[in-house]
Structure formats: C-alpha cells, structure tokens
Ligand binder design. Structure first.
Ligand SMILES: *Cc1c(COP(=O)(O)O)cnc(C)c1O
Length: 429
C-alpha cells in the first residue's frame, strides 16, 4: 500500500519525536509497518494524509463515543472558548461537572478533575497511601493504569514476589512496593492478604481489563476483593478510565454492583480533550490538599474547554439513551462478526461487552481469563488481519492487546461492510 504523504511525514517525525510518535502504541510496532497520518475525522470515518477513507474502530482510543467531531462538542468548545480558554480560577462548569459525576456514579461523593487517566490513577495511589498510612499497592498483570511509576510493574514469578519494574527509570525500591497478581486468581488474592494484608494501601484493578485484549471478572472475584479489602482496611481503586461513561451511565460499577473506595476516570469524560478525574468516599477525598495532607494540583485542571466538551458529550449520551443504543450496535457488530468468522471457516475468540470488543486469534473454546491466557493469541495472524483490513478501508487498533470501540456514529452499513472485509481477510490467513 503506497502512502507517500504519510511516509514523508513519518520519516520527518522520526527525526524529531522519539519513535516518531507521542504515544508508543501509535507506532505500529505490534503489527509492523509504518503508521498512517490522519488528515481529518468525522463520525465513524477518518481520512488519512493520502486521501484514503477508513472506517474507524479506535475512536481516539476510547473518547470518541459519539463519533469524531460531534456537533454538540464542537459547539460547546466554540462557545466556551469565546469566554476564555483557561482561567486557573474556579468557574461554574467545574461545579456542574462534579455534580454530574457524583450523581451518575454513586460511589463518588467528591471528585477532583485532572488532565489524563494517568494523573487520575497516580493521584488515587498517592491518596490511598496517604489515607491508609501504608505503602503497598496490589495490581494485576495485564492491567494498564497509565504510565505511573508504581503501576508500571508486572509480575515476578509467584504471587508473593516483589515487583520488578516494567520500564527503565522506575527505581526497584519503588517497584518493590507494588505486588503483582494474576487476574481472576482468588487463591493468589487470599494468599497476599493473609501474608501482608495490613501493609496494603489499595488494590487497583481495571474494572474490565481491556489493555490486554478484553476479558472479564469471573463470578465472585470482585466480591472476594471487596471482602478482603474491607477486612484489612485496604482500599479498592477501580480504574474506569476506559469503561467510565462507556458501558453505562454509572460505569462498569453500575453493572457489576461493586462499590469501590476510589474511582479513576478519563477518556469519554473529556469529549476528546485531555481530561481525567478521580473521586470516591468523602472521608478519603477530604485528605486532599488544601483540606488534608495529600498534595495534588494542576495548572490546567478543570480547564473550561475540556469540561465544556466533556459535559456536552455526557449530556448528549444521556439525551440519546446512548448506552442502550451502543449495546444494540455492539450486538449487531457481534452477530455480523460471528457470521463472518463462520463464513471464513475461522474459530477465533471474539469478546464483547457493550461497545467494546476484541478478536483473539486463538480458538473460541480456549478460556481467556487473564494476561497469561491472552498471550496465547497468534500475534502474527493478528498482524496479517490488521493490515488486510487497513488496506481495504477498516482501521482496528494496531495491536492484538487493545480493545476496539464502536461509537454512536457507526451505522449498520459500516458494520456490514466491516464484517464482509473481515471475513474476506480472515479467509486468507
Ligand atoms: C487509557 C487508560 C489509562 C491512562 O489514561 P491516559 O489518559 O492515557 O493517561 C489508565 N487506565 C486505563 C484502564 C486506560 O485504559
């Protein structure tokens, strides 16, 4: 596939930006080849720098739940900008956003705005440590919580091994405070609490793990986590950066019934602008500066453009009964995809919840409950699938381990066309 403008831009970018990208997964390293450059995007479609039109299932990695460049968001940003693009002074939109979040997500009694999902989880970790006076954090392999030092840690061998950093630049002394467990492993969770429960500040978990493909909590797993954390006075940090306002008005916690102590939000909440938020129980949130001793701040936090975009997107979702519609679109997508798999004679493992999905290149009868099982997917087959679809006008995330997203702008025509293309490509793998 010839993409002269994208290629020229990318070779220039590589001289000036590490890897040519401002976030690593954009570099196509998981699938090979070079990324394309985007020219513009509206609704469910994007146009690349060489004029090709693509049906998009990445949706700017989650935020574009109404599709790209929705009218309501553009109007909100435009009218907010006319009054000033940043104040650093309290303004009414902050109160309105806080009220909306606390109303929609009942476990959140107080909330603070930040500028990314990473900032939200980072602040939750510091707050949990400050509130409990403890240092250790439990996380699960395969769960991604942004590029926070303490959270860029995966398992050593054995449930009780101290963490080793995933990234250069994370001190081993800090990583040692992160205990990494296998997701959906109740025995490991029990063992770690039995051994060091009174040192654990918090367990942080992706509400629905969707950064290693897509898999789901087994029945009873979150109930056990709730029970152990309550017994040991440790906190649960529910990372709903991806699922918040996507799977339901109140996030995945509304669907699964878990009441976390702290919740991290991002992506959909910003309408495409850089926004994150974290909130939870009042007594915990009251530990934050200036009321309490845990410092947290931000020059641009609560930015009026960002909040106007986010609020416009949230209100539109509610007005349209967006979550029910997204679930229906998801069901249609699933039905078409499964039919396509059948036509192509392929028995790959398709996963979906609401408007999030993933196709693992492993047999549908193989259970996928954690990172270790997700890794069994045939990544070379995925790379062929990805490039075959891209050449034919369908853009999925350039990694086996990213979820795909539907938006309210996707049409039945998009979905039918995608399934036809996917079936054609799958037939050739
Ligand atoms: C994307 C993501 C983050 C990080 O958010 P950024 O805005 O990229 O910093 C954290 N947690 C989860 C579950 C995510 O999907």
């Amino acid at each position: 596939m010839k993409s002269p403008r994208s290629s020229a831009l990318f070779s220039e970018a590589r001289k000036l930006i590490p890897g040519g990208v401002n976030s690593p997964v954009r570099a196509f390293r998981g699938v090979g080849g070079e990324p394309f450059f985007v020219e513009r995007a509206t609704g469910s479609h994007i146009w690349d720098a060489d004029g090709r039109e693509l049906i998009d299932y990445v949706g700017t990695w989650g935020p574009a739940i109404l599709g790209h460049a929705p009218r309501v968001v553009i109007d909100a940003i435009t009218s907010a900008a006319a009054k000033g693009v940043s104040f650093g002074i309290p303004h009414a939109l902050e109160v309105e956003m806080a009220r909306t979040i606390c109303e929609w997500v009942p476990s959140i009694e107080k909330v603070r705005m930040v500028n990314s999902g990473t900032e939200a989880t980072m602040s939750c970790v510091r707050l949990a440590r400050g509130f409990t006076g403890r240092g250790k954090i439990v996380k699960f392999t395969g769960c991604y919580h942004g590029h926070v030092d303490s959270l860029l840690v995966k398992a050593g061998s054995g449930a009780l091994t101290h963490g080793t950093p995933d990234s250069a630049g994370v001190p081993a002394e800090l990583a040692a405070l992160t205990i990494t467990l296998r997701y959906n492993d109740p025995d490991a969770l029990r063992a770690v609490f039995a051994a060091q429960g009174n040192e654990i500040a918090a367990v942080i978990v992706e509400s629905v793990p969707a950064n290693a493909g897509l898999y789901f909590p087994e029945p009873g797993f979150y109930e056990l986590m709730r029970k152990l954390c309550a017994e040991h006075e440790s906190l649960i940090i529910f990372d709903e950066v991806m699922t918040g306002f996507r799977l339901a008005r109140g996030g995945y916690q509304q669907l699964c019934g878990l009441k976390p102590d702290l919740t991290a939000l991002g992506k959909v909440i910003g309408g495409g602008l850089p926004v994150g938020a974290f909130g939870g129980r009042r007594e915990i949130m009251d530990q934050l500066s200036p009321d309490g001793p845990v410092y947290q701040a931000g020059t641009l936090s609560g930015n009026p453009l960002a909040l106007s975009a986010g609020l416009a997107q949230l209100r539109e979702l509610e007005r349209l009964d967006g979550w029910a519609k997204l679930d229906a679109l998801g069901a249609e997508f699933e039905e078409r995809t499964r039919a396509g798999l059948k036509r192509a004679g392929r028995d790959y493992n398709f996963r979906r919840i609401g408007s999030m999905f993933c196709l693992y290149f492993t047999s549908a009868s193989t259970p996928i409950r954690n990172l270790e099982e997700a890794m069994l997917s045939d990544k070379a087959a995925f790379a062929k699938f990805f490039h075959g679809c891209l050449e034919r006008g369908v853009y999925f995330a350039p990694s086996q381990f990213e979820a795909g997203f539907l938006s309210l702008a996707h049409t039945s025509e998009d979905i039918a066309r995608t399934a036809d293309i996917a079936a054609e490509v799958l037939g050739k793998i």
